[in-house]
Design a binder for this molecule. Sequence first.
Ligand code: AMP
Ligand code: MG
Length: 335
Amino acid sequence: MKLKKILGIESTAHTWSVGIIGFDGTVFSLVNDTYIPEKGGLHPALVKEQHLNNFMNIINQALLEASISIHDIDLIAFSKSPGLGPILKIGAQAARMLTQLLDIPIVAVNHCIAHIEIGRLMCKIEDPLALYVSGGNTIVSAYEFGRYQIFGETLDIPIGNLIDSFARDVGLPHPGGPKIEKLAFNSNKYLSLPYVVKGMDLSFSGLYTAAKRLLESKDYNKKYNLNDVAYSLQETAFAMLAEVTERALAHTEKKEVLLTGGVAANKRLQEMIKYISAEHGARFEVVPLKYAGDNGAMIGWTGLLRYEAEGGHTILETQINPKERMDQITIPWRD
Ligand code: AMP
Ligand code: MG
């Protein structure tokens, strides 16, 4: 029997990504096109322009890599939330066009839930507590009572944004995460920085301001250097993440911990989360890096899970929702 295939479109922010994945979870192809700002942060109008110019090429490349035609696709899935409105609309438009042109079902997917579902698939785990850390999100979540509940989240900027902004301030090009990690590796001199955990939530904006002040101080490059500031920034931010993750772990008593999102690549963060997982007797897994950042395969896979549980969406149900939270959505495929 022919293995059925889903085409998943990721379009929430910097990355336009198309994944083609089988109904059994085999990934046939995954092609990404990522907008990299020359300077400053993500400018929605510029990202939109790049995605509009490239979206069909990326779809075609993904089909080519999978050695199939668009007519071999049985289901379309796309990211409908959360993200930048103008970017979400491109994915929604492409997906709506394909569903009608090919006369196949469509499923609208919440991006954050997709990050957890691809982790469950790739790491072969059942029921993790997830720490999702990326350029646009910082969320501690686990499945309880029919939904992915949010146990902790950032109250202001996401962790990846904190690191990227700091890197930009010291003249390091985007993405700053890997560069700051390298600098931090050269130091073990901790400089005091604000550690802000409020209940189960995190605040990184004061930490960002304080780290910047360290660079402007007269002591900079006399009593301490950039490596020390990078190290202190990472240690503080990651310890905050570890604290909230650990408390959520103690509360939920989950036996698995999943680290996902682009910042999951960071070895020091992995080490800290691995440590707290072990303290609670929980298995620790990092999503393979190819699938940790934003990608179309996770959207395709999550679309399939929903489709198998309750069928596709109507066109009217495929409206984008830039601010949707993952805990607003019922999850009919678990339990
Ligand atoms: P995403 O938004 O999931 O695509 O992930 C992109 C984010 O991951 C950016 O903020 C990067 O700076 C960050 N990132 C990538 N590699 C690392 C790393 N080794 N350490 C920290 N952050 C990283
Ligand atoms: Mg993401």
